[in-house]
Ligand binder design. Structure first.
Ligand SMILES: [Zn+2]
Length: 448
C-alpha cells in the first residue's frame, strides 16, 4: 500500500485552540460521531469519526505526514490531500485553528460565533417566550459543586432513590384518594394549594441547579443559568451545552439524572405533612407538593420527549439522537423494505436499539390511547372517546410536523453566512471524499 502525502507535508500540522474539547464516540445513524465543543464560543459541532481522528491530532506536535500515516493505519484508507484540505478549511471557517495566520479575522469570526450562539440561545423576547440569564453561572456552580458533593455520594443517592421509589408506589396505591383530596382542596384551603405550587417551583429550581452542579463535577461548563418565561410558566433553567463532550457516557447519564435527585431532595421532606389530618392546611400543602411534584418529575423521566429521561437514555446507549435515528430507521424500513441495504446502513447494535425503541414508542402510544379511551368511554361511549382523542392526536401530529419545519428553517436562517457561524451540525462524511460544511448529518445519510 502506498501512502499519498497530503498537502502541507513537511510542515507542522495546524494547532487547535486550547479551548476546544472532543467528546466520546456516539452512535449517529449509519455512522459514529463525536461532539466538538469550544469553551470560548460555546459552539457545539457534530463531527464524523474520521474527521475527529485527524482533528484530535492537531495538537501542534505532529506533521501532516504523521497524521496521514496514523489515519492509514487506523482506517486502512488514505487521507487524500482533498480530505486533509477540507478538514483544515472547515476548522478555519469556524475559527477553530489557533495557528490561523490572520489573527484579526480569526478573532472576528470567534466573536461572530459567540454572538450567534447567544442569539440562538436567547431567541427573541415575546409575550409568550423569553429568557433572562443571571450572573456568571459557571463560577457559581464551581463554587457550589465541592460544597454539595455529598449530594452525589452513593449513600445519598440510595436514600433519595429509595425515598423517591417509595413515594411513587405510595402515590400509585392512594391515587384515587389523593385525586379527590386535590379537587376538594382548591375550595377548602386554596392558600395551601398555592404554597404547594411554590414548593414545586422551588423543586424545579433546585432540579436545574443540580444539573449544573453535576455538570461542573463531571468536567463540563455551565453556559447559562436564569429564568425562562414560557406562557403561562416562569421557571429556572440551566444550560449545559457541552454535555456531549463530557469524557464518558456515564458522566452524561449522571448530568441528565442529577435534576431528578435535586427535585426529590425538595419534595421528599414534604411527606411528613401527611401526618396532619385530612382537610388541614399542612396536609393540603403536602398533597399538592407531593402528588403534583412527583407526577411532574415522573413525566420528566419518560424517555420520549427531549427531557431528562430521554437524555439519560441517549447517553446510556451512546447515541447522539436516538429518536432521530429511530425515525430515520423506520422511514428507511418503510420506503425501502427490509433488505441487505438497510442492514448495511446501520451498525448492528444501532439497529437493535432503534428497533427496541421503536417497539417501545408504539407500545407506549397504544397504551396511552387505550387508557384514555377506557376512561372516556364510560362517559361518552367508545365512538365518542375515539373522536375526542383522535382530534387532539391529529392536531398534535400536524402541529408537531409544522413546528419541526419552522424550527429547521429558523436554524437554517441563523446558520447562513450573513448571520455568522451558528452551532450547526457538522458534516459527518468521510474525510476521504468531499465534505459540504452546511450539510446536516441526517440528510446526508439519507442521500448516501
Ligand atoms: Zn432536568
Amino acid at each position: 500500500m502506498t501512502l499519498t502525502i497530503p498537502l502541507g507535508i513537511g510542515t507542522e500540522a495546524p494547532e487547535l485552540p486550547s479551548t476546544v474539547r472532543l467528546g466520546p464516540r456516539l452512535r449517529s445513524g449509519p455512522r459514529y460521531a463525536h461532539g466538538l465543543y469550544d469553551n470560548e464560543t460555546s459552539a457545539l459541532y457534530q463531527v464524523g469519526e474520521r474527521e475527529v481522528f485527524v482533528i484530535a491530532r492537531l495538537a501542534g506536535h505532529g506533521t501532516a505526514q504523521r497524521i496521514a500515516a496514523d489515519y492509514l493505519r487506523r482506517f486502512r484508507k488514505e487521507l487524500t490531500p482533498q480530505g486533509w484540505a477540507q478538514i483544515i478549511q472547515l476548522l478555519q471557517d469556524r475559527a477553530l485553528l489557533a495557528s490561523d495566520t490572520n489573527a484579526e479575522t480569526n478573532a472576528h469570526r470567534r466573536a461572530e460565533v459567540c454572538a450567534t450562539n447567544l442569539r440562538v440561545r436567547e431567541g427573541s423576547r415575546t409575550l409568550f417566550s423569553a429568557h433572562w440569564d443571571i450572573g456568571h453561572p459557571h463560577q457559581v456552580m464551581a463554587t457550589l459543586a465541592p460544597r454539595l458533593g455529598w449530594l452525589f455520594s452513593m449513600l445519598a443517592l440510595v436514600i433519595i432513590g429509595g425515598g423517591g421509589a417509595m413515594m411513587v408506589t405510595w402515590l400509585a396505591v392512594f391515587a384515587p384518594i389523593l385525586a379527590s383530596e386535590v379537587t376538594r382542596l382548591w375550595t377548602a384551603t386554596p392558600v395551601a394549594g398555592v404554597v404547594g405550587i411554590v414548593i414545586i417551583w422551588v423543586s424545579v429550581a433546585v432540579h436545574e441547579l443540580s444539573h449544573g452542579i453535576a455538570h461542573v463535577r463531571c468536567g463540563g461548563q455551565v453556559t447559562a443559568v436564569g429564568l425562562k418565561w414560557r406562557f403561562p410558566l416562569l421557571a429556572a433553567y440551566c444550560t449545559t451545552a457541552d454535555v456531549k463532550v463530557l469524557t464518558t457516557h456515564r458522566r452524561q447519564v449522571i448530568v441528565a439524572l442529577a435534576g431528578v435527585v435535586g427535585s426529590f431532595v425538595v419534595l421528599l421532606p414534604n411527606a411528613v405533612l401527611f401526618l396532619f389530618p385530612e382537610g388541614s392546611f399542612g396536609r393540603g400543602i403536602g398533597v399538592i407538593a407531593i402528588s403534583l411534584g412527583t407526577v411532574t418529575t415522573l413525566v420528566n423521566l419518560v424517555p420520549v420527549f427531549a427531557m431528562d429521561g430521554y437524555k439519560a437514555l441517549n447517553a446510556a446507549l451512546g447515541f447522539w439522537e436516538l429518536r432521530r435515528d429511530t425515525f430515520l430507521y423506520a422511514r428507511t424500513f418503510v420506503t425501502r423494505g427490509i433488505g441487505k441495504e438497510l442492514r448495511s446502513r446501520f451498525p448492528r447494535t444501532t439497529t437493535l436499539w432503534c428497533r427496541i425503541y421503536l417497539i417501545f414508542l408504539i407500545i407506549l402510544a397504544v397504551a396511552t390511547i387505550a387508557v384514555a379511551v377506557a376512561l372516556l368511554s364510560s362517559q361518552v361511549g367508545v365512538a365518542g372517546a375515539l373522536g375526542i382523542i383522535g382530534c387532539p392526536v391529529a392536531v398534535l401530529i400536524i402541529s408537531g410536523a409544522i413546528g419541526a419545519r419552522i424550527v429547521r428553517r429558523r436554524a437554517e436562517e441563523l446558520t447562513r453566512p450573513e448571520h455568522g457561524l451558528a452551532p450547526i451540525r457538522w458534516s459527518g462524511a468521510s474525510a476521504s471524499r468531499p465534505l459540504d460544511p452546511s450539510t446536516v448529518h441526517s440528510k446526508e445519510r439519507e442521500d448516501d
